[in-house]
Design a binder for this molecule. Structure first.
Ligand code: PLP
Length: 386
């Protein structure tokens, strides 16, 4: 039975496969004995392999062990989690923060604590899968509005029954398109219609804003959006997620959020690594400057070759292909040319918008990026894309 189902996926060019690496996910990786340029990691600042971040993980592991033992409500809370939450709250300029095992868990757990069966959720159509699942799990009436379309959102808000609890849900920086949610306008709409706003800043944190505090800093709306969610596994190079917000919200989540209560706390080493990464982000802004310089070099090069990109404004540079089979063939060509950046296909992205989601980091060298551009030009020709 599973064999048939897999065959159906393969027939539609939607089969996925794991590719074993022989190295860390740095600017280059070892893949089947070859060294190839990696252009698909979300470790935007290279912090997963930063010596201070690794040291922090080792020290916390030596002191507190590899596992947390249980939920923090069951066997006590360890210093690395408390230290990380204090550091996150200070960085995000909120009174408090709470950490989770992953962004997926945070989203499926927190959204149902904010709103229930009597409520209405309006989510951007391109919201991350974990947000969509959180919305469904809440039991609220769930509708999507067209991507970044404020008029569409407002028209739904206007038709809503008076006094109905309402939650607006969006990525801050969209993970598969690299564009930004219009946060100032969303915050204004939320205020006007007395709705809550839930922003997922997984890709913004460490990347966007003059100090890397994320998309809220980028838009200067930190004072207008009282809480938001972000992850530790992307620019922070670790693993896990957080909600930054008021002390009351955090106490409420500790009491009601099932993926906080009924799951083992993240490993102390992962928490300590994220705290160390936050420190590096704040004391070494040159990393973020290199990230953006690399982003501009790659963006300009891809455009010059003649590829069609999304309306990205970030280090996520999606090269649009269209049908899944073409995207798959293009990714194979790229790999043959020494660049690893897999095809992103439905259901991750809408039908007929399959793409190579290129991401760049601060740690890629100019030579690596120029070599990658040469590979893209050859692979694009071979795949009939230019
Ligand atoms: C990656 C991602 C998540 C999931 O976070 P994990 O910590 O990897 O589970 C959630 N939301 C967005 C927008 C993401 O890109």
């Amino acid at each position: 039975m599973f064999h048939d189902r897999l065959q159906q996926l393969a027939d539609r060019s939607l089969l996925r496969q794991l590719r074993p690496l022989g190295s860390a996910t740095g600017p280059t990786v070892e893949l089947s004995g070859r060294t190839v340029i990696l252009l698909s990691s979300n470790d935007y600042l290279g912090l997963a392999t930063h010596p201070e971040v690794i040291q922090a993980a080792i020290q916390a592991t030596e002191r507190y062990g590899t596992g947390a033992g249980a939920s923090r409500l069951v066997c006590g809370t360890l210093p690395p989690h408390e230290e990380l939450e204090a550091a996150l709250a200070a960085f995000k300029r909120t009174p408090a923060a709470l950490t989770f095992g992953s962004g997926y868990l945070a989203n499926v757990g927190v959204i149902p604590t904010l709103i229930g069966k009597d409520g209405l959720i309006l989510a951007d159509r391109l919201s991350h899968a974990s947000l969509i699942d959180g919305c469904r799990l809440s039991g609220a009436d769930f509708r999507v509005y067209r991507h970044r379309d404020l008029d569409h959102l407002e028209s739904i808000l206007k038709r809503r029954a008076a006094g109905r609890p309402t939650l607006i849900v969006t990525d801050g920086l969209f993970s598969m398109d690299g564009d930004l949610a219009p946060l100032p306008e969303l915050a204004a709409l939320a205020a006007r219609f007395e709705a809550m706003l839930y922003v997922d800043d997984a890709h913004g944190t460490g990347v966007m804003g003059p100090s890397g505090r994320g998309t809220l800093e980028h838009f200067d709306v930190e004072g207008q959006i009282p809480f938001h969610m972000g992850t530790l596994g992307k620019a922070l190079g670790s693993s896990g997620a957080y909600i930054a917000g008021s002390a009351d919200l955090i106490r409420y989540l500790i009491n009601t959020c099932k993926p906080f209560i009924f799951t083992t706390a993240p490993p102390p080493g992962a928490a300590a690594a994220a705290t160390a990464a936050l420190a590096v982000i704040q004391k070494d802004p040159a990393r973020r400057a290199r990230l953006w310089a690399n982003r501009d070099r790659l963006y300009t090069g891809l455009r010059r070759i003649g590829f069609r990109l999304t309306e990205t404004v970030s280090p996520i540079l999606p090269v649009l292909v269209g049908e899944a089979d073409k995207a798959l063939a293009f990714a194979e060509q790229l790999l043959a040319q020494g660049v690893y950046a897999p095809a992103i296909r439905p259901p991750t992205v809408p039908d007929a918008t399959s793409r190579i989601r290129v991401t760049v980091t601060s740690e890629h060298t100019a030579e690596q990026l120029d070599a990658a551009l040469t590979a893209f030009a050859h692979a694009g020709t071979a795949a009939g894309l230019r």
